[in-house]
Design a protein. Structure first.
Length: 334
């Protein structure tokens, strides 16, 4: 009897051991983000950025991407040579698809800027250096040929040796002048070519450099969609202080970001399958996998637990998913 009970106990233990372990699932709150985003600001200079901090001066723990906070400065304080931005046209709308280098905003170019640009496009400096170089090369060629004649005459003692030495010194001086002019000429050509390149990027590749218009263009930095437009971008509006003008981004694919506690993140790895359910469409599931697990924690106070950013890539061919949509991310652990 005892033998039978022992056998039954062993069989039950084997059945329990052979039973498959249920896969663990973990659910987190996530939000969609545009992976590539370009913010066009005026003036086109680096802004002075403030970082949100807590009382100790350590950067605050922010589980969502923080909004950037800037000191308000005038264009002059930021070093811009264009003190006012007067809008002539801005025929763009949120959601509009744009191509790289497409004109988004047309603005009035101040007269002083136009004059400065025309001065930069002038070939007067370049032509003057080219003329000076040609004169030096002609003079140098004549002296070098004359030097040979002088040396022959010195052999016959028909001229004094000092004349030969004087001509040789003139040749050395002209060689130094030629080398100096060659460097200046190369720098002038580079400056002129760069000025032409910048001008064509502002006005268009086919612009007549001799007839610059009194208007400039803000062009799209990349193919994508207009995500945000400053409501003040209307004809006649004049910006005198720094301002964000337009945001262009790519919406396919989208990135789902999740902040995961330091204990839970140890169980996650790249490639783990996941299901995403947006709060906007509670009955629809999107399947994907984890594409990135950060190894550096998000900033936090010393006494707070650490959270790590986990990303998932989600195709968005029909542009249904918009930036900032909240969702539940369920990860299936094997």
């Amino acid at each position: 009897m005892k033998c039978m009970q022992t056998i039954l106990g062993l069989a039950a233990a084997l059945l329990v051991a052979a039973a498959p372990v249920a896969a663990e699932t973990m659910t987190f709150l996530g939000k969609s983000y545009c992976p590539i985003k370009y913010e066009v600001n005026w003036p086109f200079t680096t802004k002075s950025k403030k970082t949100p901090t807590q009382g100790s001066g350590i950067q605050a723990n922010i589980y969502e991407l923080p909004k950037e906070v800037y000191e308000e400065k005038s264009a002059a304080e930021l070093g811009s040579d264009m003190r006012r931005l007067v809008i002539l046209a801005a025929p763009i709308q949120v959601g509009q698809r744009v191509k790289e280098d497409e004109a988004l905003i047309t603005y009035e170019l101040p007269l002083e800027n136009l004059i400065t640009e025309k001065q930069g496009l002038s070939r007067s400096e370049l032509s003057g250096l080219e003329h000076a170089m040609a004169s030096v090369q002609f003079r140098l060629a004549w002296l070098e040929a004359h030097q040979q004649n002088l040396e022959n005459m010195a052999v016959d003692k028909s001229i004094a040796p000092i004349v030969v030495r004087s001509n040789a010194q003139d040749i050395d001086a002209l060689i130094m002048q030629r080398d100096y002019l060659a460097e200046e000429l190369e720098l002038a050509r580079q400056r002129y070519d760069n000025t032409v390149l910048i001008t064509r990027s502002k006005y268009g590749k086919d612009i007549d450099l001799k007839k610059l218009p009194r208007q400039g263009y803000v062009r799209s930095p990349s193919d994508g969609y207009v995500l945000w437009v400053n409501s003040s971008l209307v004809p006649g509006m004049a910006f005198t202080k720094q301002a964000a003008l337009v945001t262009v981004g790519k919406l396919d694919p989208m990135i789902i970001r999740v902040s995961v506690h330091e204990i839970a993140v140890q169980k996650l790895k790249v490639g783990d399958p996941a299901t995403v359910v947006f709060h906007a469409w509670p009955g629809e599931k999107f399947t994907t996998t984890i594409s990135q697990v950060d190894y550096v924690a998000q900033p936090a106070m010393l006494q707070q637990p650490s959270f790590y950013l986990v990303e998932l890539t989600l195709p968005n061919p029909d542009m249904r998913i918009k930036e900032g949509m909240r969702c539940d991310v369920t990860v299936n652990l094997q």
